[in-house]
Design a protein around this ligand. Structure first.
Ligand SMILES: [Zn+2]
Ligand SMILES: [Zn+2]
Length: 268
């Protein structure tokens, strides 16, 4: 009996403390870039971020069935997700959301304000709390969204996740339609921090020429980006150029890859 009470007391004290002391980790649940052969590789992007005050799913890939089956194979329980952030309107980022909500609707979903009203309503009808994001918002301790940014692609508005860590900012992009350099600078301005520790996600450089990609690499280096994990719509050749430049500070983040612990600093 006493033992049981002790366990309950210890558990209630230790769990929140442990959750904060943990390192941040990123698990790629959905990606067109292959990595773990047991998973289904399909066009789109989804990344689970753990070790923060809240467990965050950033984007949901293009297909709910594939997302849920990849989660199952990686032993990721949908119930542990607290927050979902959808970067932008493209289906390869929001296509899996409604299926995920069928498994767990006790979540807060941060949607770009520019998404169609009927989609926001569908998300709300599943029982999730919807936050329509236009301006920057704090999601939880040390975690922010940049709010809707737009860039060269004009009409495509996209939000980016920024985590403020002791080693510098960590920036998670969906497709980076507003331009990855532009996004990183916005993150610096938003948090009033210079140091950028990690940028990962889709950098959307598929259609860029080699000199254009090299220019972007030069800009990110000038900003001082320490580590990179370009994937999804970055493109094969651009990914190789990033790998050559960042060397051991480059991460392959294909479908099922996990980045965490030693590589990842604690939150502020
Ligand atoms: Zn995409
Ligand atoms: Zn896109």
């Amino acid at each position: 009996m006493y033992k049981r009470i002790l366990v309950i007391v210890l558990f209630s004290v230790l769990v929140p403390v442990a959750a904060f002391a943990q390192d941040i980790s990123f698990t790629i649940l959905y990606n067109n870039v292959p990595h773990n052969e047991e998973l289904t590789t399909a066009w789109g992007f989804s990344c689970l971020i753990e070790g923060l005050e809240k467990t965050i799913l950033f984007d949901t890939g293009g297909d709910g069935e594939i997302l849920l089956s990849n989660m199952e194979k990686l032993k990721v329980d949908p119930q542990k997700i607290d927050v979902v952030v959808i970067s932008h309107i493209h289906w390869d980022h929001r296509g899996g959301l409604l299926s995920l909500l069928d498994k767990n609707h006790e979540v807060t979903v941060y949607l770009p304000a520019s998404l169609p009203q009927d989609f926001k309503e569908k998300v709300g009808r599943k029982g999730a709390k919807v936050v329509s994001v236009h301006n920057p918002v704090k999601i939880c301790k040390s975690v922010y969204t940049t709010g809707e940014l737009s860039g060269f692609a004009g009409w495509i508005k996209e939000q980016t996740l920024v985590i403020d860590t002791k080693k510098g900012l960590m920036v998670v992009t969906g497709c980076a339609h507003p331009g990855v350099v532009n996004i990183v600078r916005r993150a610096q301005r938003l948090l009033k921090k210079e140091k950028v520790y990690l940028v990962l996600g889709g950098f959307h450089l598929l259609a860029y020429s080699e000199p254009q990609v090299k220019r972007i690499i030069k800009d990110l280096k000038a900003i001082g980006v320490e580590k990179v994990g370009p994937s999804h719509c970055t493109g094969g050749k651009p990914i190789e150029l990033f790998r050559e430049t960042w060397k051991e500070n480059f991460f392959d983040l294909g479908c099922g890859a996990r980045l965490g612990n030693a590589e990842s600093p604690k939150v502020k």
